[in-house]
Design a protein around this ligand. Structure first.
Ligand SMILES: [Zn+2]
Length: 364
């Protein structure tokens, strides 16, 4: 991997600056992707923005910025996006800054003042290398202030036709993936949560491998079709929409159970029963539980310390199985009738077992 230290003047940076909102922001003569299409919105506030211009007019140094070199020789900002946009917007006349009591936009400045800003040198590291090297490096330098999400970094590393097309479906505010998936997915498209989630599902957790494989595909239609399939499967398997469906690991369940025949009437009855069960403390876990019947998804309520203490006293510290005496902290509370056989988390259904007996009973 190669990392080059460059000095870039503001004059070079603002050349052909174009801000097309969600369609992307470019500068540096069109060679620098300041904000790729459908990436997150500009979030500096006025004070932070003014401080950038103030730093430049005072000739103080700005923190170093990081650009990735793309395959075609162009660049993409990895760190410094918001400082760069502040500079370009000021040059563009989008806002004014206080100069000893006067609010002045760039075009209000004297030629000397303009030149001072345009000649200011920014320190930029330009990095080129393999995808893996770049990703590792970006993760390391992705420091405070203008943090990119992991998926934003991956989009930069695996930039190309495929990711550009994928963003049209998954990364714009109000995108098609949002319109069909917002009841089932956490996060926001603009910070790449949707794209990350769907690639994670389709690849079984191998996001980078998948992106690397498809980097130069002409489009991302297959990913979009997969996403629609997952959502359709969710809606036809669990026919009643509920709030806590949001954030369930749907794709993983779809991958495993999509070919199984499901009785939706039976499923809805079971869900309704589990919702009413006070011992089920994690309602969103009902969906994976219905398919896997693994109780760990439900976070079945544990016995309280008060119940444990009471039952311990009643048993006089003697383990119900081996009949040996133990201290309270050497014992564990156990459901006499297991939860899945209808046993509740109440003192009448609690027995204190020594750790060894409890392990043996639960078969761990
Ligand atoms: Zn025991």
């Amino acid at each position: 991997m190669e990392i080059q230290l460059k000095e870039i003047s503001v004059r070079e940076l603002v050349e052909n600056f174009e801000d097309n909102a969600e369609a992307g922001v470019v500068g540096y003569g069109g060679k620098l992707d300041i904000r790729p299409p459908y990436q997150r919105e500009f979030i500096y506030n006025d004070k932070q923005r003014d401080a950038v211009i103030d730093t430049i007019t005072k000739e103080f140094p700005l923190n170093v910025m990081y650009w990735a070199v793309r395959e075609d020789g162009n660049f993409e900002i990895i760190d410094g996006q918001q400082r760069t946009i502040s500079i370009c917007q000021y040059f563009n006349g989008d806002f004014s800054v206080d100069f000893s009591g006067n609010k002045l936009a760039f075009h209000n400045l004297t030629n000397d003042q303009k030149d001072q800003i345009l000649n200011y040198k920014l320190t930029v590291y330009q990095c080129s290398g393999t995808d893996r090297e770049k990703l590792d490096w970006f993760k390391t330098i992705n420091i405070a202030g203008e943090k990119l999400t992991d998926q934003e970094l991956r989009n930069a590393v695996y930039s190309g036709t495929w990711v550009t097309d994928a963003k049209k479906y998954f990364s714009k505010s109000g995108c098609v993936a949002y319109s069909i998936g917002s009841d089932y997915l956490n996060g926001t498209p603009i910070r790449q949560d949707y794209l990350e989630t769907v690639i994670n599902w389709v690849s079984g957790g191998e996001i980078e491998k998948y992106m690397s494989k498809h980097q130069h595909d002409q489009n991302a239609a297959a990913l979009w079709r997969y996403f629609q399939d997952v959502i359709t499967w969710v809606e036809t398997t669990f026919t009643q929409k509920r709030k806590f469906m949001k954030g369930v690991d749907w794709g993983t369940l779809y991958n495993k159970y999509k070919d199984e025949q499901c009785n939706t009437e039976k499923i809805e009855k079971e869900i309704a029963k589990l919702i009413l069960d006070d011992d089920v403390t994690k309602k969103s876990g009902i969906y994976p539980y219905i398919l896997t019947h693994d109780e760990k998804h439900l976070s079945i309520r544990a016995f309280s310390d008060a119940i444990k203490q009471k039952v311990y006293e009643e048993q006089k510290g003697v383990c119900s199985k081996c009949r040996e005496h133990f201290a309270l902290e050497e014992m564990e509370a156990d459901h006499i009738t297991p939860w899945h056989e209808g046993g509740k988390t109440i003192s009448e259904n609690c027995q204190m077992l020594c750790k060894e007996c409890n392990r043996r009973k639960s078969g761990k």
